[in-house]
Design a binder for this molecule. Structure first.
Ligand code: ATP
Ligand code: MG
Length: 426
């Protein structure tokens, strides 16, 4: 509690934002902690502000409310509440020390000792804290490590990993952003030994969450190669991940979207549904990953591409998922096929040319006597495919004629009763 600060700096801009400023003012003795202090010292944009305070969580919540902030008790058992002012959330956590750890979860007790709280954090540069006036507490040399690109565990690496194996993945997430030079040999050795613990003890959702944060780093390739070297990459992606594929694509400007990066990282033979099951991907993530990697019909450089080819491809992607942009699978295609001309192809695919609209709707079929229900959905699906196969050139009349004739689009017979009642389009 009484440790003097190591330094006094001009307060970084994020401390003056309304929400953090109000939180710090409402809780005398509180400080900004973790990522916001690290990123401000590194001269990077600060995204989320976390604050710690030397009071039990109930006291924190009460004082914040008295100061007029909205308070959500998001994680009271872990000592955390979320304060919101002008739509900006600030997580406020009681100072903690670990009582019992089991490789993932910790039983914690509140403390008033800042050094104890810092000692349970993962890396030296994540263990710094700063008050509203710019006083910096840096118990473990985090600032120097940050400047030198050293990702260093607070304390003994093996002990810290045994407390929480997820930290093995976090090491590489932070390495991707801040690491320079040779990584800490002691840390790598300890991580190698911790890989089985991570697989056995850490929930797949948490693994996926950290993996996403790693993949969205501007250039995660070096970190992924290190992970491969210690056996961690194969442990979390046993379907086979090849950092070289990402390494080839990042210089071409591959976006930072983690799912697109995962789609590129995995060889086309990898089993996406196995990955989705194991890492518990959301339905939307699973759909995106599948469609991003469905590249057989994707345009290729050197094809004599006409406007309708692009339209057909757009329509196909749109029909498969509304969460994938038609240009995105081309990144996967380039990683897979190599060669020149992809940037130009992407530019030609991106322009805002309006997508062709599928010209048949349910009501057109209704007007022809098709009852609403699954059969109608099947007919619409079949017509859409026929339309795509025609490079989106078949018009409504031609499509409705197909609906009438059994066995046209895909060999299945159309249900009976499709007879024109009105002229098409009426
Ligand atoms: P980012 O900007 O990427 O969110 P961050 O430092 O805020 O980085 P978080 O995962 O949001 O990272 O965690 C916030 C802080 O909590 C960390 O800076 C660290 O001090 C502490 N922390 C988080 N997870 C762990 C962990 N598993 N073990 C120890 N400390 C942790
Ligand atoms: Mg954070």
């Amino acid at each position: 509690m009484s440790d003097p600060p190591q330094d006094h700096l001009p307060p970084p801009a994020f401390l003056a934002d309304p929400a953090p400023a109000a939180v710090l003012a409402a809780l005398p003795g509180a400080r900004a902690v973790g990522g916001c202090v690290r990123d401000a010292l590194a001269g990077r944009a600060v995204h989320d502000v976390d604050v710690a305070a030397p009071f039990p969580p109930e006291v924190i919540a009460q004082r914040l409310r008295e100061a007029g902030l909205k308070v959500f008790e998001t994680g009271l058992a872990h000592g955390t509440v979320t304060a919101v002012l002008r739509h900006q959330p600030v997580e406020v956590t009681a100072l903690r020390r670990d009582v019992v750890t089991d490789g993932r979860h910790a039983e914690v007790a509140w403390t008033t000792d800042w050094r104890e709280d810092a000692a349970r954090r993962d890396f030296t540069f994540n263990a710094m804290s700063m008050d509203a006036r710019g006083h910096l507490w840096d118990f473990f040399g985090g600032r120097a490590d940050l400047a030198a690109g050293r990702v260093r565990f607070v304390g003994d690496a093996a002990t810290r990993l045994a407390e929480d194996f997820l930290r093995a993945l976090r090491f590489f997430r932070f390495w991707a952003r801040y690491g320079q030079g040779a990584p800490d040999a002691e840390a790598l050795a300890a991580i190698t030994a911790a890989v089985p613990g991570l697989v056995a003890r850490v929930a797949p959702e948490r693994i996926w969450m950290e993996l996403k944060r790693l993949l969205e780093a501007p250039d995660p390739v070096g970190a992924l190669e290190l992970m491969a070297g210690v056996g961690l990459l194969a442990a979390v992606l046993p379907e086979g991940a090849e950092p070289g594929r990402l390494a080839r694509m990042i210089p071409h400007g591959l976006p930072g979207d983690p799912l697109l990066r995962l789609a590129v990282l995995l060889p086309l033979s990898a089993d996406v549904s196995a990955i989705a099951r194991r890492l518990r991907l959301s339905g939307e993530e699973r759909e995106r990953l599948t469609v991003l990697r469905r590249i057989e019909a994707a345009p290729r450089p050197g094809d004599a591409m006409r406007g309708y080819h692009f339209r057909a491809w757009r329509a196909q992607v749109r029909a498969a998922s509304r969460h994938v942009m038609p240009v995105e699978p081309l990144w996967v295609a380039q990683a897979e096929l190599g060669g020149e001309g992809w940037a130009e192809l992407r530019n030609r695919l991106s322009p805002d040319e309006a997508d062709p609209e599928f010209p048949v709707q349910g009501r057109d079929l209704l007007a022809r006597g098709v009852p609403p229900g699954p059969a109608m959905g099947q007919i619409l699906g079949r017509l859409r495919q026929a339309w795509i196969d025609s490079d989106c050139t078949l018009d409504q009349q031609a499509l409705l004629a197909q609906a009438k004739n059994p066995g046209t689009a895909d060999g299945t017979a159309a249900p009976e009763g499709i007879a024109p009642r009105d002229a098409p389009g009426s």
